[in-house]
Design a protein around this ligand. Sequence first.
Ligand code: NZQ
Ligand code: ZN
Length: 387
Amino acid sequence: MQNFDYQTPTRLIFGEGVIEQLPAVMGALGRKVLLAYGGGSIKKIGLYDKVRTLLRDFELLELSGIQPNPKYDPSVLEGVRLCKDNGVEVILAVGGGSVLDCAKAIAAGARYDGDPWDLITYRAKAGDALPIVDILTLAATGSEYDCGCVISRTETNDKVGYMDERLFPVCSFLDPTYTFTVSKKQTAAGCADAMNHIMEQYFAEDTTLLNDGFCEAGLKSLMANTRACLADPQDYRARAEMMFACTLGCNGIYALGNSQTGWPLHAIEHALSAYYDITHGEGLAIITPRWMRYILSERTVDRFVRYGVNVFGIDPTLARLEIAQRAIDATYAFFEEIGIPMHLRDVGIGEERIGEMAHHIAVNEGLEQAYVPLNEQDIAAIITASL
Ligand code: NZQ
Ligand code: ZN
């Protein structure tokens, strides 16, 4: 078992109606608030009006229009400017992972004198950051319980993951009823994203029985509850369990004590969405079974056997390789069943830029250190197999 150093300062307030506690939580952090949100879904579900009513005694500035795969320019830069010009004391992010991520980058940039891109690319270290509170409306990324954000810069085809312990939200409000309106496409993509967060930690050289069981339960919970959410989008129990399973995804807690894996699926997907602006969870789902086939070997087969038997209930008396291949087929079949387009061509990606993307990933992501090391040729082969 590997050493670890773990601390999550984020307070989770979970359940229907918990938003009533928003003024008390915000009041302890400041009166000048930057309210950050996306393209309007929070207005459709009445959440925008509710927040404005609850915070009527606060001074609210707004940053709207944050897009999926949140953009450095204009969203992060505009948010930093609003905070600096108006002396904002706390950021309230209301939306999915993209809004939360954008809020985190703004929180760091608002307390930094130079170009915020320096922070995102680790050329400078944040000395301070504004506090963040969020109200989550989409179960997927786990941004509500981690200190990371992923920011895109379209002009350079960069989609960069930035982590800093100052960026943990102070408090995340998790009301599953806000996710009732999430589309089938985004529900499925969120499930695929959260499953991938677990797989990135499960496919490791050194794991514990405790973590393996935790990860396997997480995967089964996500699959069962996603099926239920798709059948009935207002199934509270299913939306609730899915939300919580997603919340744990990127926080590290699924794999404390496991060896590092390099998170290869995310490294590859982030380049796909940087170049083509695709939905993160869909990109992951497409790549996953191809990556699995690519890394299946005598060295890795027992991991796949465990995964196949414990997650998909495959007959443990079959030959090891047979179990592993069935497990990969079952992974593909599940993503297909929940409606994810399973070829890169289906989401607008052709072969034209594979070499360029593979080079970008190999240079920037360090996948030579991954669970199964991947060089530029390996990465190109996995993307090509995903077409
Ligand atoms: O913009 P609005 O109108 O709000 O609509 C959004 C958006 O179009 C919509 N939506 C959100 N809540 C809704 C809703 N529609 C109806 N009802 C609701 N209640 O859903 C669409 C997608 O939203 P987005 O926030 O982009 O989705 P998600 O939460 O999947 O976030 C994806 C982003 O997070 C990054 C991804 O790379 C991507 O940029 N990630 C962040 C991570 C982190 N911070 O830890 C880890 C992840 O691996 C991931 O990389
Ligand atoms: Zn992800």
